[in-house]
Design a protein around this ligand. Structure first.
Ligand code: PEP
Ligand code: MG
Length: 559
């Protein structure tokens, strides 16, 4: 048994087999070879192995998803038998004396480009298939066991680090836990793990060898320990712990349909954060009363081009319909910093967290912004949708965003498109926004405090930098005072103020947030019920006690 300590970003126990996640780019090297015949044989063997794997996938898909879903694997087999494809690979190996991996990669690229240039939609779609089959052959040549990835069994993902564009590609039903060597507690991988409610460890010092693939392992997200090849005793102990966690979750489920009311009778909006449609069932299972933050940028990342208006509309409409009249706050795209999509062509930046991101992109490229707004407004006829603008620092930005938004509304109305009543709010996640929150509050319908970025910008600490995790103190008096100031200014203007950053789920602060007067807490779906429990246990009926809490946290000056 091997035991490794990591930093936990979400608790719970996961027991299962490891799937080692490797970045795609690192793999193919261009090498001159002395013996091209040997490379030709390596290619032919790999091709045969790929044919075998695809045959297995076809059989499995026939059982799981039926004839039409399984067909693609037959198409892939046919492509791998195509003479032109095989001749091209063999020709590069023999005429240029190159290694097989390189010959397959070049052929893949050439064929994909040729397909992409065709007029016919069906043929253009084959570009992705040719890349797919070629990647399979390359993986085999490199000794990477792709069958592990094809497996239907849920796995513990072990990786060096994961970018948001990589995490969005995972089939979430197959994820048991994340364990990464790098990454920070405030990264979006951590947020994804919390959203899914699965155990996750970062900063776990592991040697990422292929031999890890398929090994039995246990992630103890409560203690921050990763066990590889656990012995009998550890396995039994962890199985018991897993059962106890499940029992606890069942107890919490009794709160699922209960209102979120403090003992002194104040009702709090108990909302959820989501990144895409797949998170929706988790919100409903955990009794979310609304969605306080839909990170819409996840519709943009992990793609080759902008999602169209219709595509976005369908997603927003589905969320609105499924939430059945409960509020859904859609944050307009917060691309930039670590959430990258190459086709935005933002270029390299010295300080991406302080660069061209979020509302700055929307205001400088209104055609992108308008497409998203049109999709949101059209979807608003199907439920209760609100819009939230991220990374606001000035009144001018709010005025411009609202102006563009009103143009979109007018255009749609003149075309006879039905739209609902949509409130417009902003994220308070920069110190500048906090300092002018009295002015901003007069211009919008609500505030939602993004404590992740607010902490980063207030303490001048890059939230992505794992070496700074110990300095990233979200309980810092400066941050807490900013939250309180924002709430007070919101209430003076008669609007509500919530928290949608990760701090909202920190139960050591729930009582304080209630004392500050926070109206809404939007948290990862897995945290809704524990937070609801903490709120329902809070009693602030004695004004002196409320004052004492504020004073204990050094907030008395604002009382
Ligand atoms: C935040 O900054 O607190 C927030 C909720 O936004 P994100 O984490 O997506 O930047
Ligand atoms: Mg933010």
């Amino acid at each position: 048994m091997e035991k490794c300590a990591g930093k936990s970003v979400f608790g719970g126990i996961a027991i299962g087999r490891i799937l080692l996640f490797k970045k795609q780019e690192q793999q193919v090297r261009r090498q001159k070879v002395d013996n091209p015949e040997l490379e030709e044989k390596r290619f032919e063997d790999a091709r045969q192995e790929a044919m075998r794997q695809l045959g297995k996938l076809h059989e499995k898909a026939l059982v799981n998803v039926g004839e039409s879903g399984a067909e693609i694997f037959e198409v892939h087999q046919m492509m791998l038998e195509d003479d032109d494809y095989i001749d091209s690979v063999m020709n590069i190996i023999s005429s240029q004396q190159m290694n097989a991996e390189y010959a397959v990669a070049v052929t893949s690229d050439n064929f994909a480009k040729m397909f992409e240039s065709m007029d016919d939609d069906y043929m253009r779609g084959r570009a992705a298939d040719v890349r797919d089959i070629s990647n399979r052959v390359i993986n085999i040549l490199l000794g990477i066991n792709q069958e592990e990835e094809d497996s239907d069994e849920p796995r513990i993902i072990v990786a060096d680090d994961l970018a948001p564009s990589e995490t969005v590609q995972f089939d979430k039903s197959k994820l048991l836990a994340f364990v990464t060597v790098h990454g920070s507690t405030n990264s979006h991988t951590a947020i994804l793990a919390r959203t899914m409610g699965i155990p996750a460890l970062i900063g776990t010092p592991l040697a990422l060898q292929d031999s890890l693939n398929g090994k039995l392992a246990v992630v103890d997200g409560d203690e921050g320990v990763f066990y590889i090849d656990p012995d009998e005793e550890t396995l039994m102990k962890m199985q018991k712990k897993e059962e106890a966690t499940k029992e606890n979750q069942e107890l919490l489920l009794q709160l699922k349909n209960q209102k979120t009311v403090t003992k002194d009778g104040r009702e709090i909006m108990s909302y959820a954060n989501i990144g895409n449609l797949k998170d929706l069932p988790l919100v409903l299972q955990n009794g979310g009363e609304g969605i306080g933050l839909f990170r819409s940028e996840f519709l943009y990342i992990g793609k080759d081009t902008f999602p169209g208006e219709q595509e976005q509309f369908e997603v927003y409409r589905t969320v609105a319909e499924n939430m059945a009249g409960k509020e859904v706050v859609i944050r307009t795209l917060d691309i930039g910093a670590d959430k990258k999509a190459d086709y935005f062509e933002l270029g390299a930046e010295e300080n991406p967290a302080m660069g061209m991101r979020a509302i700055r992109i929307c205001l400088t490229r209104p055609e992108i912004f308008k497409t998203q707004l049109r999709a949101i407004y059209r979807a608003s006829a199907f439920g209760h949708i609100s819009i939230m603008y991220p990374m606001i620092t000035s009144l001018e930005e709010v005025a411009k965003a609202k102006q563009i938004s009103s143009e979109v509304r007018k255009e749609l109305t003149s075309l006879g498109v039905p739209i609902g009543k949509v409130k417009e709010g902003i994220m308070i996640e920069t110190p500048a926004a906090v300092m002018i929150s009295d002015l901003l509050a007069k211009e919008v319908d609500f505030f939602s405090i993004g404590t992740n970025d607010l902490t980063q910008y207030s303490l001048a600490i890059d939230r992505q930098n794992q070496n700074l995790d110990d300095f990233y103190n979200s309980h810092h008096t400066a941050v807490l005072r900013m939250i309180y100031k924002t709430v007070v200014n919101a209430h003076r203007a008669g609007i509500w103020c919530g928290i949608c950053g990760e701090l909202g789920a920190d139960r050591s602060l729930t009582e304080l947030f209630m004392a500050m007067g926070v109206d809404e807490l939007s948290v990862s779906p897995g945290s809704i019920l524990p937070v609801r429990k903490a709120i329902c246990e809070t009693d602030l009926s004695d004004p002196a006690y409320r004052k004492k809490i504020l004073s204990d946290w050094n907030l008395e000056e604002l009382c």
